[in-house]
Design a protein around this ligand. Sequence first.
Ligand code: CO
Ligand code: ZN
Length: 333
Amino acid sequence: MKDLKALIEKIVTAYGPTGSENHVAELITKEIEPYVDSIRIDPLGNLIAVKKAEGPKVMLAAHMDEIGIMVTHIDDKGFLRFAPLGGINPNVLLGTRCVFANGTRGVYGSERLNPGESLTLAKMYIDIGAKDKEDAAQKVKIGDSAGADYPMVDLGDRLVSKAMDDRIACVILIETIKQLKNPKVESHFVFTVQEEVGLRGARTSAYSVDPDYGIAIDVTRTGDTPKGITMDVSLGEGPTVKVRDSSILCHPKMIAFMKEVAEKEEIPYQLEILEAGGTDSGAIHLTRSGVPSGVMSIACRYIHTPSEMIDINDVTNGIKLMTKILESEFPKI
Ligand code: CO
Ligand code: ZN
């Protein structure tokens, strides 16, 4: 468990806003290189690792990018204006810190709001402690990207960090690669780019991999917080088998198959319906003439904040379920 937590910490705290995933790809490459038959980076930056075996081709996808911001303007006093990379709620940004690729750090501030006026990203800026425009321009340029700047916090079974979405799934795939023994399928592990801006990496990599089946792994919301959303997913009750979200109706045979494996191996699981949000399978299943696809999710509180919370037991059960899935006979479609 200590090793797993250390791996999670390394991967989730790495810098990697949407469009700047190369550092995360390097870290993952180091972890999996000895365990795969081939590894490549495609033209968009997706990291694709293959474990050969007799049988149909399965694409597994977890996205490497995290939500972030891109600098659009530096004013005379050295404050930065920015555009979002992915879905960001301004209310959770205010007062939090961000970090750029070169290590420059900043704080999100806001203009004074009139009574009743709601906070928007256009009213916000980043303060990097610069004295003026020139000083700021030494550290940050237009087009530079930043992600949240927070360490991982270990609360016991529950871990809190930025970028659990979706690095926790990258960790699950890394561990699945390491633990897989007798796969019944040829596994193409794709660590995708640019999920947060519209499943872009999954779209192109699914075309090149041309899989017979697709499975994405991502985080999902929960219904287990005070007066939260109505959703039958809770932290610590197992990985989910997704039924649908805004991007996909999972293939009924994939849902049945994933449930069957979980039940046979006595791995706890939850059925997931996510009413708002999508993931890489949304792009994979629409590739070429269609790819029967499913999704496994990890329950996560406070998604798209710097304090995303997961339960480590869902991670270990997720690794087990994914490994057993790849060691099982896939359904005839
Ligand atoms: Co996300
Ligand atoms: Zn995600």
